[in-house]
Design a protein around this ligand. Structure first.
Ligand code: AKG
Length: 284
């Protein structure tokens, strides 16, 4: 992958970069969709819903998932956990093209894949509980300040499907100070304390920036700086929104080296362990 000077400066300026057709749909995306389809077929059969089993198609690769959800919302969790283990997804996660983009954008020869910093989101129509509020990925994943999230759809993203919303140039502010939710004030450990952190004066901070909600095709990727503020938007369509998040970091980042590439929530650690100076208790 060779990025142009223009792409590199757009990324430095905006803290995000759209790479249309970054993945080969046939070779890199379709195997993931086919495998996800098979997993859903297995779940349908295991739940006496074999009548709903169907052949694979790109548009309807998750056919039957809505019925599983209606039968028992927990089955959505089963599919969610299962698809992260698809070999074609794991191969893509660590593929050389991400390393090349990291090297080109971060000017480093030594990158890493964020352990447990990857996944496949499935955002179902109308559900609000699992949407991510305004945040920087750094808080949730740490490792190094100049990490990158490769976000890519597994279903074409149109407006009603709920595109991710970004604040371009918000990365230039550095790490935003955070406030914990009132209910965490007396949490037993820092991981609990940091669950659901919000940017201090969120509304004022967010109002300062333009917003963009890129619509994406299969194979496109948005390269997101770990410090760029973004959030989920609600899925108002009738289909589930499927997307991949693949996070990488730079081993040579000074803060990362100093703190031994700290881990975060997924490993019982948190932002509070590394940046206590950027955390405040809620006032009420
Ligand atoms: O996909 C989304 O709705 C939000 C994704 C996100 O916040 C992230 O990948 O960090």
């Amino acid at each position: 992958v060779i990025l142009s000077d223009q792409q590199r400066s757009a990324f430095q300026r905006d803290g995000l970069l759209l790479l249309p057709g970054f993945y080969d749909v046939e070779k890199e995306i379709l195997p993931i969709l086919r495998h996800a389809h098979q997993i859903i077929q297995l779940c349908l059969r295991a739940n006496q819903l074999e009548k709903l089993c169907s052949d694979f198609s790109i548009e309807n690769f998750d056919s039957g998932l809505n019925v599983l959800l209606q039968k028992n919302r927990a089955l959505g969790g089963v599919v969610y956990d299962a698809v992260k283990q698809i070999p074609a997804f794991m191969r893509l996660l660590s593929s050389e093209k991400h390393e090349q983009v990291m090297q080109s954008l971060r000017g480093t020869d030594l990158c890493g894949v964020v352990d447990r910093g990857y996944g496949i989101r499935i955002d179902h129509p109308g559900e609000m509980d699992f949407l991510s509020g305004w945040h920087q990925d750094y808080h949730g994943h740490l490792r190094s300040l100049d990490g990158i999230n490769f976000w890519s759809p597994l279903r074409k993203v149109f407006l009603e499907l709920g595109p991710v919303e970004f604040c371009p140039q918000s990365h230039t502010n550095g790490v935003f100070a955070q406030v914990c939710p009132p209910e965490n004030k007396h949490a037993k450990n820092t991981t609990q304390y940091c669950t659901g952190l919000r940017i201090v004066d969120e509304a004022k901070v967010i109002a300062k920036y333009d917003k963009v909600k890129p619509l994406l095709d299969l194979g496109d990727a948005v390269v997101i700086d770990f410090l760029t503020v973004h959030r989920s938007t609600q899925n108002l369509s009738e289909q589930s929104r499927w997307s991949m998040q693949l996070r990488w970091f730079n081993f040579r980042d000074e803060l990362g080296v100093k703190h031994h590439w700290p881990k975060s929530y997924a490993h019982g650690k948190s932002f509070a362990d590394i940046h206590p100076e950027l955390l405040t208790d809620p006032q009420n």
